[in-house]
Design a protein around this ligand. Structure first.
Ligand code: DGL
Length: 269
């Protein structure tokens, strides 16, 4: 029997998934959460599918040791290429970020032209394109990898001139393609919204896949009587495979508040 008080397990390749924890905590403020960030092996974006699938299994096993009631794969790269292995291993409800992001974008677009940005792995996998096309085959999807956004977000260069310049370089083709909706298909990109916004007309809708996923998780928990009824302050636990320099500072930027104690769990290299 699942106890609604059991935590939601969330994992990511590193610190970026804290934007998804932030979104979950906003719409589900009572939920206990166990987070694992594979900071020793980040980034996953440029790695082969084979390796990402192997890492995803190990990350899943770490969460399973914490008696989680469900798993949220915060990482877009893992959600794109390894959701099936996580589902098979976990035998629990597993939510990736691709389908909720795709559904939100399909709902939002008026001119049926959607842009998708993400890591090289996410874009090469075509996971968003396939999910969007499955929902509506008449939609045109234009994708663009934006690998430099990850270090810029971690560096905190949110409204920096360099970030704006790079954003223009990456995103101008999408402006020319006249997309009216853009999926932020990477855990780091919500932090760069101000710079991304500036490239597009005001009317362009930005879809945060993490936020869309948090809403999908809330509906699932409500419909299945699995929402934590407790009024107590929830327990948020953070585990990482390495505690790099400035981790707390960077993590705080992604989570939007202090992280508290961080525990290290070693992973194979
Ligand atoms: N978390 C990854 C994602 O959302 C970005 C960082 C990485 O490349 O590992 O795709």
């Amino acid at each position: 029997m699942v106890d609604p008080k059991q935590p939601i397990g969330v994992f990511d390749s590193g610190v970026g998934g804290l934007t998804v924890v932030r979104a979950l905590s906003t719409v589900l403020p009572s939920e206990n959460i166990v987070y694992f960030g594979d900071t020793a092996r980040v980034p996953y974006g440029p790695k082969s599918q084979h390796v990402v699938r192997e890492y995803a299994l190990q990350d899943t096993d770490i969460l399973l040791q914490h008696n989680v009631k469900m798993i949220v794969v915060a990482c877009n790269t893992v959600s794109s290429v390894a959701l099936d292995v996580v589902q098979k291993r976990a035998r629990l409800p597993v939510f990736g970020v691709i389908l909720p992001g795709a559904e939100a974008a399909v709902k939002a677009t008026k001119n049926k032209r959607i842009g998708v940005i993400g890591t090289v792995g996410t874009i090469l996998s075509k996971a968003y394109t396939n999910a969007i096309k499955q929902l509506d085959k008449n939609i045109t999807v234009i994708s663009q990898p934006c690998p430099l956004f990850v270090p810029l977000a971690e560096e905190g260069w949110i409204e920096h001139k360099a970030t704006e310049l790079i954003a223009r370089e990456y995103l101008f083709p999408l402006v020319q393609e006249k997309i009216d909706t853009l999926v932020l298909g990477c855990t780091h990109y919500p932090l760069l919204k101000p710079a991304i916004r500036k490239v597009f007309p005001e009317t362009t809708i930005l879809i945060d896949s993490g936020e869309a996923t948090a809403l999908a998780v809330r509906s699932y928990l409500e419909q299945n009587g699995l929402k934590n009824p407790s009024m107590l302050k929830p327990n948020l636990q953070f585990f990482v495979s390495d505690i790099p320099h400035r981790f707390s500072e960077i993590g705080e930027r992604f989570l939007g508040k202090k992280l508290g104690k961080i525990h290290r769990i070693p992973v194979p290299h």
